[in-house]
Design a protein around this ligand. Structure first.
Ligand code: M6R
Length: 613
């Protein structure tokens, strides 16, 4: 939610900010803006809408400057318009700020500031913060970094901020709490951003700010970090390992399509070094390092949101069936507020693509407070969740830019499947023969996804048949029940068609009332177990004139006769089937959204990284 970028050095700041904002647009695209400092003049250019609108608007101005800050917004306080776009000025227009997060006590602060004569131009919480900094700087005669630090001691909420002071043109001040901020360190230049993507082509050396830290970067190449209690801190450096090509569309119309087609590769990347089909084993270093905890766990609790929660549901089937470990799967947003019972023998596994989801982070903090061992399954390297957990594994899917999660979902499934197989073998709940056989079978998944992707044209044709629907129902059983939920979520979020996922057998307890000839019903029917049951469910839909699209195993002639359309996928062990059966559903949603002229990568009202509750 909201992307921040800033630059200080000898290069022109504006092109760096714009390129960075475009990379961060997945975090929000309600408005964007930049503040540039030139000859001690601070100018702000901002516009409702996407970064391209800002670029067109700013053409009329002189954007020459070697220091600047930029922002792309996902609106929380105040509707998306020019006035509420960031950056915001202080009252005297000497200071400016960009902010990602929410100042929860902004109302109280605003009332107090108004009583001191401050007048606000926007409806945002962010403008209150820059006025507070201004007030403290003026009344206590402080440097900008001190004013920022003192102001932050009075703030409740979440923030990643970057502040510029017209009177101090050779420095930028930045701080974070619960929203991410990375500082890229070049030769006498600094780059600041919400994630590493705007930084990668300029420098690989970065430091990730921790909660309640304030950084000051200077044009002469020096920088300092303090905490808000005013203690000096030693920065720790990391070196980015990311390829720029991964941040481009690479010939595809949308990032989502590129990311769907990348899956054979990203799944192989996730398996690399962790699975050996020739020798028949799979292992994860950080599970190995904590093996006693895993083997003796009373329970595993998965916490996550959205698609990552669906990955947790698949994991519930895997861990209970294979490793016989009791599992619970919790929405992080519910878990954090419902006083859950946790013991030191519980393992909490947080699943997150971005590693920044506010509710998942809060659930982690709660679990840690209550003594549980907390493990992270995360995509974004160095993200807040990766750092907040006791241990964890990266899924190595590379940057996922489309707001709809695709390759991260299958990456999460890949990692969790390897984990379940390894733990099952270690616990002795599966035989060595079965373990080896499954590892070999699992290693073929990238090829099977490759084969499934070849049905893209047929799926596009089927999409054409249902693109004008207003509702859709997704049904699945067992391992494919979470796939039904995920298929429905994909359709909703990018095509704005109302869709629901249901366990197939539950249909007759309510949703069956919705079925008529206008209702497409997408049935994931690849299960070997309960095959006859799912066939009966299809019959029930057809008897009510529903329009059935069935995902079936290649060669399934039986369901072919009943369904209006089938999409065949290669035969796969049932425990791995979500990895393959979710692919046609991703493609179906994608094509429907394109046909409905929706912005597939940046659906309305959504953001990739949900850093607010
Ligand atoms: O980054 P996370 O995995 O923690 O994000 C969780 C959800 O916000 C995310 O999966 C969301 O549901 C996706 N847009 C779904 O495609």
């Amino acid at each position: 939610m909201c992307g921040i970028v800033a630059y200080i050095g000898n290069r022109q700041a504006y092109p760096i900010l714009i390129k960075g904002l475009k990379r961060l647009e997945y975090r929000g695209y309600d408005s964007s803006g930049v503040a540039l400092l030139n000859d001690k003049n601070l100018n702000i250019y901002k516009k409702k809408g996407k970064v391209d609108e800002l670029v067109a608007f700013a053409e009329q101005f002189d954007t020459t400057s070697t220091i600047g800050i930029g922002h792309t917004r996902w609106a929380t306080h105040g509707e998306p318009n020019d006035k509420n776009a960031h950056p915001h000025f202080s009252g005297d227009s000497n200071l400016t700020i960009v902010h990602n997060g929410i100042i929860e006590n902004y109302d109280i602060l605003k009332t107090a500031l108004e009583q001191q004569g401050h007048v606000f131009k926007s409806d945002t919480d962010t403008e209150v913060l820059i006025h507070l900094i201004e007030e403290i700087q003026r009344s206590e005669n402080l440097s900008i970094e001190e004013a920022v630090r003192v102001a932050l001691t009075k703030v409740v909420g979440a923030y990643a901020i970057v502040v510029l002071d017209e009177k101090e043109p050779d420095k930028i001040v930045a701080a974070r709490k619960s929203s991410p901020l990375v500082v890229g360190i070049g030769e006498n230049e600094f780059f600041l951003a919400s994630d590493a993507t705007p930084i990668i082509e300029y420098t690989k050396k970065v430091t990730y700010l921790n909660d309640e830290e304030v950084a000051v970067v200077h044009r002469d190449g020096t920088f300092q970090i303090k905490n808000i209690q005013n203690e000096n801190l030693e920065p720790s450096f990391q070196y980015l390992d990311m390829q720029i090509e991964l941040l481009e569309k690479g010939g595809y119309d949308y990032f989502m399509l590129k990311e769907i087609f990348q899956q054979p590769q990203t799944i192989s990347d996730c398996m690399r070094g962790r699975l050996n089909a020739n020798e028949g084993w799979t292992t994860l270093g950080s599970v190995e390092n904590n093996i006693e905890k895993f083997l003796n766990a009373d329970r595993i609790i998965f916490v996550a949101c959205g698609t990552s929660w669906h990955a947790g549901l698949v994991a519930e089937y895997l861990f209970e069936e294979l490793a016989r470990i009791p599992v619970e799967v919790e929405y992080a947003s519910e878990f954090r507020y419902r006083n859950p019972v946790l013991t030191e023998k519980d393992i909490v596994i947080a699943i997150s693509q971005s590693g920044e989801t506010a509710d998942t982070l809060a659930a982690i903090e709660l679990a840690k407070e209550r003594g549980a061992f907390v493990y992270g399954v995360v995509n974004v390297v160095g993200s807040s969740i990766a750092r907040a957990t006791d241990s964890g594994s990266y899924i190595h899917a590379g940057p996922e830019i489309g707001v709809a999660s695709t390759k991260a979902f299958t990456g999460q499934l890949t990692l969790l499947t390897m984990m379940a197989l390894n733990l099952a073998y270690r616990k002795g709940t599966i035989s060595q023969d079965y373990y080896r056989q499954m590892v070999v079978e699992f290693s073929t998944i990238p090829t099977k996804i490759e084969e499934t992707l070849k049905y893209n044209d047929k799926i596009e044709f089927i999409a054409e048949q249902i693109k004008d629907s207003t509702n859709a129902l997704y049904l699945g059983r067992g391992y494919n029940f979470p796939v039904a939920l995920e298929g429905a979520l994909k359709l909703k979020e990018i095509s704005y068609i109302h869709a629901e996922g249901y366990p197939a057998a539950e249909m007759k307890h309510g949703p069956i009332a919705l079925i008529d000839e206008m209702m497409p019903v997408i049935v994931i029917a690849t299960n070997k177990s309960a095959y006859e049951k799912i066939v009966s469910n299809i019959q029930e839909v057809k008897a009510r004139k529903g329009f059935v699209i069935a995902i079936v195993t290649e060669g399934d002639k039986h369901i072919q006769k009943m369904a209006d359309f089938v999409i065949e996928i290669p035969e796969v062990e049932e425990i791995f089937s979500p990895l393959v059966s979710s692919i046609p559903l991703q493609l179906l949603s994608y094509h429907i959204a394109v046909m409905r002229e929706c912005n597939v990568d940046q659906p309305r009202n959504l953001a990739k990284s949900v850093t607010v509750e």
